[in-house]
Design a protein around this ligand. Structure first.
Ligand code: GLC
Length: 609
């Protein structure tokens, strides 16, 4: 083909309207090229040959799937640019879109700023702050060469026994709707005239977002991950669909289908919800991606008839399939199904149009490679300050002294001798929680950041002696009268998804007993690190002087010392009801039997600063 003729092709013309570019490119594509665009593979099976020869449309990193251990952003950019060059070498040169779970900062990457998890952001009630977090996160994601993040999770939490509780902003749909403003930070804010429902991306400093998991993921019975949400359509729409209206109004470019079911119908094959509701009623014009191997959730037992899963999922409205490994089988089944007419070509064309639309809107044809000028933003002071502000505002003060007249906080930063105990006092990984470095998270000094203990030592006077014990020893407790006060930092270890499903919700590692043992001897502040409310034994409430819910605050521990020593006030409000006993669950603020220990919206304020 003459060079001049090719360059005249409309889809290669950056000044042509997006829809004209989509139409032109689609008209030039073969069936294998179309099916390739609908295929997302995991980086570990992505090779130049596979990407070029199978016309792969997307590559992703499963959480913890890095180019190398403690890979820096530049290592990620090298890897992704390598994949991209393979895609550009294909016949039509359609760039890949690379996605990853950057759900509280670019959390897979060593040295990136890690922000509080969503439940902590819900406690801030500060949508503008969440938008600023989105903008900062977008820069750090693009610095690593990634184009697309599988965030935000806009689940409306129904039951804290759910292992993904901390990925939800709140049990209140209204709060989730407000916090979805993260999308405008991630993607940039669309102009007034932007067509409703159309994907949007402001530019190279922004990243494609993904509202997930559509729909009802947070409302499953007993909070079982990937379980069944049993509710009327009216309530599903009022509670779980509501946040998607805000997301689509912001031009969210992608949506991810939920592993869960609605009244027994698997979301991944539910035509009514995926097509009639999301695409037709709500007017979503980006693309719908399956969850990880999500087509397998369609048939029980899993994988018994993958070809049938593909047919049901694609015909229901899935546009791109996060395969992520058995792409040959997916491509083969898709080819058979289209050639047999079981999947109409019109459905394939609709899916590919949506995918191409997002890629053109994202500017991937013009700027397919990483912008290395952004590398300096990774973990930069400005971003860490935003994260520190978020930590401050996310802390919820549940108790402060025996009564309002005798507040225990702020702590005396010039006290003679203080005791700090607990497995969360000096552990960055425990502070960050799941979806950090690897999917389930990891204890230890896993990245760059400041632990609670680091921040306490930096905040107290140079004459103050700080004694740290992960587990308080008998000797220390025996000599307890030497301490002015104690800070006990306990809670949940990192976890993710169904590994976090928990019907007991007691503070792990003997947390309640550690609190009681210390509080019986020394005036004590408890800081609870968790993805959700936990059982607080009556003795804990009686014997401790003060109690703070810190959720999973991320890398910027100074945000906690800023508040407990009084430089800033407590402002956090519970985004979720705090139960007395797990047999009360699910707790519903609208129900007559609502009898929480601390209600939704509770949070003592302080006037320190
Ligand atoms: C997971 C999660 C989803 C995530 C995806 C890719 O199973 O359900 O939230 O984005 O797989 O890692």
């Amino acid at each position: 083909m003459a060079e001049t003729e090719e360059s005249s092709w409309v889809y290669k013309n950056r000044d042509a309207p997006v829809e004209a570019r989509v139409k032109d490119l689609l008209s030039r594509m073969t069936l294998p090229e179309k099916i390739g665009q609908m295929t997302q593979i995991e980086r570990s099976v992505a090779s130049p040959q596979v990407i070029t020869n199978s016309f792969i449309g997307s590559v992703q990193s499963g959480a913890g799937s890095w180019p190398l251990e403690d890979a820096k952003s530049s290592d990620w950019a090298d890897m992704i640019d390598g994949f991209q060059r393979s895609a550009l070498a294909s016949r039509l040169g359609i760039p890949i879109i690379y996605g990853t779970d950057a759900v509280h900062g670019n959390n897979n990457v060593y040295g990136a700023t890690v922000f509080p998890h969503n439940i902590g952001l819900g406690a801030t009630r500060d949508a503008d702050l969440v938008k600023r977090i989105g903008a900062a996160t977008a820069l750090e994601i693009r610095a690593s060469g990634v184009h697309w993040t599988f965030a935000p999770c806009v689940a409306v939490l129904g039951d804290p026994r759910w292992g993904r509780c901390y990925e939800s902003y709140s049990e209140a749909a209204k709060i989730v709707c407000e916090m979805s403003l993260l999308i405008s930070g991630l993607q940039g804010e669309p102009p007034e005239e932007h067509p409703y429902g159309y994907p949007f991306l402001a530019g190279r400093n922004n990243v494609i977002a993904c509202a997930k998991h559509f729909v009802g993921d947070g409302g499953t019975e007993k909070g079982l991950s990937e379980g069944n949400t049993i509710t009327s359509y009216e309530d599903l729409e009022k509670i779980h669909v509501a946040p998607y209206l805000n997301c689509i109004a912001q031009g969210v470019s992608t949506v991810m289908a939920s592993f869960s079911s609605w009244n027994g119908s698997r979301l991944h094959s539910d035509y009514f919800l995926l097509t009639e509701v999301l695409k037709q009623k709500l007017g979503f014009k980006g693309f719908l991606v399956s969850d990880w191997d999500g087509l397998e959730t369609i048939s029980e037992p899993e994988g018994s008839n993958y070809r049938n899963c593909v047919k049901l999922g694609i015909n229901a409205g899935i546009d791109m399939v996060m395969v992520p490994f058995k792409y040959e089988q997916f491509i083969q089944d898709m080819t058979d199904l289209v050639e047999s007419g079981e999947i109409p070509m019109a459905r394939v064309n609709d899916a590919v149009e949506r995918i191409l639309r997002v890629k053109f809107v994202a500017g991937l044809f013009e700027h397919p490679l990483a912008d290395r000028s952004l590398l300096g933003t990774v973990g930069c002071k400005e971003h860490r300050e935003v994260a520190r502000e978020a930590v401050r505002k996310s802390l919820v003060l549940l108790k402060n002294g025996k009564n309002a007249d005798t507040p225990f906080l702020p702590l005396d930063r010039n006290a003679k001798r203080i005791l700090v105990v607990g497995m969360h006092a000096n552990d960055l990984g425990n502070q960050c929680g799941g979806w950090t470095k690897i999917k389930s998270g990891q204890s230890g000094r896993i990245t760059i950041g400041t632990t609670l203990l680091d921040s306490i030592k930096a905040a107290v006077g140079d004459k103050t002696e700080v004694i740290f014990e992960k587990t308080p020893t008998k000797e220390t407790l025996a000599s307890s009268d030497g301490f002015s006060y104690a800070i006990v930092a306990v809670g949940e270890p990192p976890y993710a998804e169904m590994k976090g499903d928990n019907s007991e919700l007691t503070i792990p590692f003997n947390g309640n007993n550690i609190i009681t043992a210390v509080a019986e001897k020394i005036p004590t502040l408890v800081i609870l690190f968790s993805g959700r409310p936990m059982v607080l034994e009556p003795t804990v409430l009686e014997k401790t002087e003060a109690l703070v819910a810190a959720w999973f605050p991320g890398t910027e521990g100074q945000g906690m010392s800023d508040v407990i020593f009084g430089d800033y006030d407590f402002k956090g409000k519970l985004p979720v009801s705090w139960f007395k006993r797990v047999d009360q669950l699910p707790l519903n603020a609208e129900a007559n039997s609502y009898d929480p220990l601390f209600p939704l919206g509770f949070g003592l304020t302080s006037n320190f600063g």
